[in-house]
Design a protein around this ligand. Structure first.
Ligand SMILES: NC(=O)c1ccc[n+]([C@@H]2O[C@H](COP(=O)([O-])OP(=O)(O)OC[C@H]3O[C@@H](n4cnc5c(N)ncnc54)[C@H](OP(=O)(O)O)[C@@H]3O)[C@@H](O)[C@H]2O)c1
Length: 429
C-alpha cells in the first residue's frame, strides 16, 4: 500500500503499522506492506523503525503508479491535492482509504461512483470522529435497525472551549486564545468554532444513517461564538449544560438537520462528554438507544481508524474466502490462560461492621502492615449503632492476594459482626 500525507494522521498511521504489526498480522493472516510514502517533505521525515518503503517521494503520482501499491491512503486533507490523489488512485485501479471529511462530505458520492466503475473500494472511517468507529457501526453494527435520530458532539475544539467556559467561567475569547496557545485550536479557528467542521461530519453521518445525499451547505449551522459564562449560569438553573449539538432527526416528510449550540439536561449521557472528546448517540426504531464515545482526533486514535480501514480493504481485495473477517477478529486463538487474579495491584475499599471497643483500628492496621499494605483513609459516618458499627478503610495500591489474606485474618477477629466486604477501586474506568 501507499501512504500520501505524513502529518498528524499519516504519522500516527505509520506508528501503528510499525508498532502493532504482529497483532495486525494475527488478525489478517498476512502482513500489510508499506511500499510507498509521500509528502511535500517526505525525504526529510524520520520513518518509524520497521517501515522501509521501496519509494519515498514528494510526488503523489509516483505512489499511485507504483506497481506494489494496491491501496492508497489519502491523508493530506482539503479538497485540492487530496481530490487529485483520490481520483488519480481510483483511475489507476487502486482502492482508497481516506480520513478527509471535507472532501467526502462534498464529493463522496461522485468518488464512490468512480470507485464502483473501476471495481475498487473506498473506505473512510477516520473522516468522522477519528477514534470512534461510527462508520462501522452505522454501516454494519446496527444496519438492521431503522435509525430515527442521530445526535453528535463532533468537534473536539468547540467542545473543549465550551467545557472551559463552563468549568472556569472564562469568557469565550480568552478561552479561544488559550486553546490556540496550547495547540487545541487552529490559528484560523473558523471551521471549528463556526460549526463548519462539525457539519461536514454530520452530513456524512446522515448519509450513513438515513441513506440520503446531503451537502454540508444544506445543514442549518450556528457556531459557539456567542455562548458566554452567563448562558452557562442560566443553563445550570435549568438543570442543563450547553453543547455544540449536531442533530439529524427523521420525521414524516423528511429530515431535520442542524449544527448549533443547544441546552442539554445535565442528567443525559451527552452532557457528560467533556473536553476534546466526541460522542454519537443513535436512536433506532427497533434497537432503541446506542451511544459511542471516544477521542475525535489525534494522530494515533485517528491512525487506528485508518489502519483498520487498510486491513478491511486489504481483505476485500483478496478474493479467497479464507480472508473474510474471522468471527473472533483474529485468524487463530491460542489459549489465554488468564493470570492469577491475586497478582493484580489495585486500591481497595474495605467495609467493616464491628462491635465498638478501643484499639480496633490498631488491630486492623497491624494486620494490614503485616501484609505490606498501606492505608489510604479511614471513614466513618456519625451517629451509628455502636454494636453494629460500619466504617471503611481504603487502601493504597495493594497486591490482591495480600488484601485477601489480610481480610481473611480480619474476619476472624472477635469484634467483627460479619466478614469485611472488600472491593477494588477502579479509578481508570
Ligand atoms: N488531525 C486529526 O486528528 C484528524 C482527525 C480526523 C481526520 N483528520 C483528517 O486527516 C487528514 C490529514 O490531517 P492531518 O491533521 O494529518 O494534516 P497535517 O498534519 O497537516 O498533514 C498533512 C500532510 O499532507 C502532506 N501534503 C500536503 N500537501 C501535499 C502535496 N501536495 N503532496 C503530498 N503531500 C502533501 C503534508 O506534507 P508535509 O508534512 O511534507 O508538509 C503533510 O504530511 C485531513 O483530511 C483531516 O481532516 C485529521
Amino acid at each position: 500500500m501507499g501512504i500520501v500525507g505524513l502529518g498528524n494522521v499519516g504519522g500516527g498511521t505509520l506508528t501503528i503499522l510499525a508498532e502493532n504489526s504482529e497483532e495486525i498480522a494475527r488478525k489478517l493472516g498476512f502482513r500489510l506492506q508499506v511500499a510507498a510514502v509521500c509528502s511535500r517533505t517526505a525525504k526529510e521525515k524520520q520513518l518509524p523503525a520497521g517501515i522501509a518503503p521501496a519509494l519515498i517521494t514528494t510526488d503523489w503520482r509516483e505512489v499511485v503508479a507504483h506497481p506494489e501499491v494496491d491501496v492508497v491512503a489519502e491523508l493530506v486533507g482539503g479538497t485540492g491535492v487530496a481530490k487529485e490523489v483520490v481520483e488519480g488512485a481510483i483511475a489507476a485501479g487502486k482502492s482508497v482509504v481516506t480520513a478527509n471529511k471535507e472532501l467526502i462530505a462534498l464529493e463522496g458520492v461522485n468518488i464512490w461512483r468512480q470507485a464502483q466503475a473501476k471495481g475498487v473500494t473506498l473506505a473512510m472511517e477516520a473522516s468522522v470522529c477519528g477514534g470512534i468507529p461510527i462508520h462501522a457501526v452505522l454501516r454494519e453494527g446496527i444496519a438492521g435497525d431503522r435509525i430515527e435520530t442521530v445526535f453528535g458532539i463532533l468537534n473536539g475544539t468547540s467542545n473543549y472551549i465550551l467545557t472551559e467556559i463552563e468549568q472556569n467561567g472564562t469568557a469565550f475569547d480568552a478561552v479561544l486564545a488559550e486553546a490556540q496557545r496550547l495547540g487545541y485550536a487552529e490559528a484560523d479557528p473558523t471551521a471549528d468554532i463556526g460549526g463548519f467542521d462539525a457539519r461536514s461530519k454530520l452530513a456524512l453521518l446522515a448519509s450513513l444513517a438515513f441513506g440520503v445525499r446531503l451537502t454540508p451547505a444544506e445543514i442549518y449551522t450556528e457556531g459557539i461564538q456567542r455562548v458566554s459564562p452567563t448562558d452557562f449560569a442560566y443553563a445550570r438553573q435549568l438543570g442543563c449544560t450547553i453543547k455544540l449539538l449536531c442533530a439529524a432527526r427523521r420525521v414524516e416528510g423528511g429530515l431535520f438537520v442542524s449544527v448549533r449550540p443547544a441546552l442539554l439536561p445535565v442528567s443525559t449521557i451527552m452532557a457528560s462528554v467533556h473536553g476534546a472528546y466526541n460522542a454519537v448517540w443513535c436512536r433506532g426504531a427497533f434497537g432503541a438507544d446506542t451511544f459511542y464515545y471516544g477521542r475525535g482526533a489525534g494522530p494515533t486514535p485517528t491512525g487506528v481508524a485508518v489502519v483498520s480501514d487498510l486491513m478491511r480493504v486489504a481483505r476485500e481485495i483478496r478474493p479467497e474466502p479464507a480472508h473474510r473477517v474471522p468471527p473472533f477478529a483474529h485468524t487463530e486463538l491460542p489459549d489465554a490462560s488468564p493470570l492469577p487474579i491475586g497478582d493484580q495491584k489495585r486500591p481497595w475499599y474495605l467495609r467493616f461492621r464491628i462491635t465498638d471497643r478501643p484499639g480496633i483500628i490498631r488491630d486492623l492496621s497491624s494486620i494490614l502492615a503485616g501484609h505490606g499494605i498501606s492505608i489510604d483513609a479511614v471513614l466513618q459516618l456519625p451517629d451509628q449503632d455502636k454494636h453494629n458499627l460500619p466504617f471503611v478503610i481504603t487502601l493504597e495500591n495493594s497486591l490482591e492476594s495480600s488484601v485477601r489474606s489480610a481480610v481473611e485474618k480480619m474476619a476472624a477477629l472477635e469484634f467483627m459482626v460479619e466478614p469485611p466486604l472488600a472491593m477494588p477501586i477502579e479509578r481508570g474506568v
